[in-house]
Structure formats: C-alpha cells, structure tokens
Write a protein that binds this ligand. Structure first.
Ligand code: SAH
Ligand code: SF4
Length: 365
C-alpha cells in the first residue's frame, strides 16, 4: 500500500520523511509542490533529487477524490461532486462574490446529527472523510478555477459548511484546516476560514485550543424546547451551555464575534417573539446573525418564510444593534443551496451516474 501524501499536514509530512531518513525541509518542498502548485506527479518536482522522486513514486502517491461532475449555476455558483467510494459522493460549492471567492467544503459523507430541516442529515451518516478527501476538495477546486488575471487565487475564503458536522470529524478537519492556514500550502488567514457547527461543545473548546479559526454556530431556535426538535444534539448540549461555550471560544478567536446561523422556517421559528427571545438569549455573546431562507428538498416538512417575514425578523434584530445579514439563495437551480447537498445516497448514486454521462456527453459537444 502506498501512502497518500494529501493526508498529511506539515508535521505529518515531516514525520513521514524522517521515517525515510530525509530532512524536514523535504516536507516544505512537498507541501509547496502539492498545494501551492497543485502538482500530483513526483516526476515534475524538479528541485527534488531524482533518486528521492523515484523512491516516492514507489511508496507514496498524491490522490485527491475523483471529480464526478462539475456544474455551473446561472448565478455563477459552481458545484463539484466527488466520488468517495462505495457509491458515496460529497459536494463542494464555489460561490463567487465581488470581493471574494468562497469554497464551501464537506467533512463527512452524510451526517449523524439528523437536524429536521437538513437534507444531509436526512440521508443518515456514512463515514468521516479522510484528510485527503477534505483538503482534496480545495485542491481540485483550485485546479478547476485557476488564478485570476492579477495572479491571485480565485478561492480567498473557505467555509466548512458543506455536508457533515466538521467537529464530529475533529482530527481530520483540524489537519485539513492546518493545511489551509499553512504558508507553504494555501496560506489563508484564520479570519478567512470558518468552521460551522451545530454546537458540539467539547469539540468547540478543543478547536479553540488547537486551531482557532472563525466560528459559525447553527442556532435555528431561540429556546431549548424548539431547538431540541430542530437540532436534536441540543438535548445533549443545551442553549445556556452553548452560549457559554461561544463566549469561551471568542477568547482566542481571530474575529471578535460568533456568527449565528438561523434557518427561516415558515411558522416554526420566524415570529417577532422568536426574534425578541433570540436577542435575550444572545445578549452576552458578541455576535452577528446570518438568516438563511430555508431551502426545500424532496420530502422536507417545512416551508420557507416569506421575504417580508424575513425582513421584519431581521429588522427586530438590527433595531437592537445586532448586525444581521440574510443569505442570498444561490445555486438552487443546481441543488447547491445550503442544506440541499446530496439527496439519498442510493438515489444519488443513480443521479451521479446520469450526471457523469451528461458530463462526458457535454465534453464531446
Ligand atoms: N453541520 C454543520 C455545517 C453544515 S450545514 C452545521 O450544522 O452547522 C451549513 C448550514 O446550513 C447550517 O447552518 C445548517 O443548519 C444549514 N442548513 C441545513 N439545511 C438547510 C436547509 N434545508 N435550508 C437552509 N439551511 C440549511
Ligand atoms: Fe448535520 Fe449540520 Fe445537517 Fe445538522 S445541519 S444534520 S449538523 S449537516
């Protein structure tokens, strides 16, 4: 079995080379070739001695998850679908904006936390992604998107908001985050990398110690009774403790606020009284709100709140001085909007096959 070098951050690669009697600077060289230049072929790494390149060719490989399809939405959002084996696929979404390009990355195939409004949750949990499968999404997207005319990378921000709960795949997520931050790899600042969590409190504390990046917390309800229903992990980690964990996180965080995500569900969590209760709940936590209009998926029991309702809800929060944005729904023509990623695994496999065929056919035209 050869070792996939995309599974290692700087420390891991240094240990790998030490095991082969090589000096630590080799790790730096390899990181640059793999992540800065997107190179997967040892033979092309010309500043590494030929004998070492040949040795690497025998015992190692650089293998990102294979790209199954690449679809472009009318609004410029681009969705990549990757094969992670056994009929499973994960999705990665690129969202271009005027001042930045954001890549939304998946961390698990499926998700065990079963939030009632989430398509990924409804498909159940399959497995954690390997580091090479997490960082491999960035690697592949960078390769597909290239650099802009000024020579800057097109992807300037990463959000761990795709499929899965990043903090339930802690080790692999953190190793991938370290690569995103490493100057020899992607060199992103901590402020430009965001982990979104449904509120796994012990893992939030660990993240703060080990790799404090920007934090988004999926709140979705102003009280425990409703949140227990919408985000079942709340039964284990209730709101009072979650608010305290957010305050602790801010001590080392690169930004001085937490972003609270709040999905707008018609008649469920979108009343004026809910907004007022939210303000009371979050009073002691420096925060911003990001309202997400619910994105329906087949079989989902909810409806999206009306635009007028969302506006009114946002106004109550803003009148109290809390910065509130409403997420634009983007990419829904290609099922790339929040919470729409990947339907049933079984259906999906069939869909994947169809898409791959379409993809190949499109290439022929
Ligand atoms: N598991 C993590 C990150 C992935 S989900 C988390 O829950 O935070 C990214 C965001 O999309 C979360 O805030 C999630 O609650 C939200 N989301 C899930 N399903 C959605 C849907 N159908 N419509 C709108 N947002 C949704
Ligand atoms: Fe999992 Fe996040 Fe979906 Fe909840 S919202 S089921 S934590 S991916």
């Amino acid at each position: 079995m050869t070792v996939n070098l995309l599974d290692f951050d700087a420390d891991g690669l240094t240990a790998f080379f030490a095991g082969h009697g090589e000096k630590p600077f080799r790790a730096k060289q390899l990181l640059r070739w793999m992540h800065r230049f997107g190179e997967a072929d040892f033979a092309a790494m010309t500043d590494i001695a030929k004998s070492l390149r040949e040795k690497l060719g025998l015992c190692a490989r650089i293998t990102p998850p294979p790209l199954l399809s690449d679809r472009l939405s009318e609004d410029g959002t681009r969705k990549f679908l990757f094969d992670v084996g056994n009929g499973n696929a994960v999705e990665t979404v690129f969202i271009p904006e005027d001042d930045r390009g954001t890549l939304c990355v998946s961390t698990q195939a499926g998700c065990a936390l079963d939030c009632s409004f989430c398509s990924t949750g409804k498909q159940g949990f399959n497995r954690n992604l390997e580091v090479s499968e997490i960082i491999g999404q960035l690697w592949q997207a960078n390769r597909a998107l290239g650099v802009d005319p000024r020579g800057d990378r097109i992807i300037s921000n990463v959000v761990m908001m795709g499929m899965g709960e990043p903090l339930a795949n802690f080790e692999n997520t953190v190793t991938a985050l370290r690569l995103m931050l490493d100057d020899n790899a992607y060199g992103l600042s901590r402020r430009r990398v965001t982990v979104s969590t449904s509120g796994l409190i012990p893992a939030m504390d660990r993240l703060s110690d080990e790799c404090a990046v920007a934090l988004a917390v999926s709140l979705h309800a102003p009280n425990d009774a409703l949140r227990d229903e919408l985000v079942p992990i709340n039964q284990k980690y209730p709101l009072r403790e979650l608010m305290a964990a957010c305050r602790r996180y801010l001590v080392k965080a690169p930004r001085d606020f937490v972003t609270f995500e709040y999905v707008m569900l018609d008649g469920v969590n979108d009343r004026d009284a809910d907004a007022r209760q939210l303000l009371a709940l979050t009073r002691d936590v420096p925060c911003k709100f990001n309202l997400i209009p619910f994105n329906p998926f087949p079989g989902s029991p909810y409806k999206r709140s009306s635009s007028a309702r969302i506006r009114q809800f946002a106004e109550i929060l803003m009148a109290a001085g809390v910065v509130t944005t409403t997420r634009k729904t983007r990419g829904d023509d290609i099922d790339a909007a929040c919470g729409q990623l990947a339907g049933q695994v079984k259906d999906k496999t069939r869909r994947v096959e169809r898409r791959v065929i379409n993809f190949h056919e499109a290439g022929k035209r």
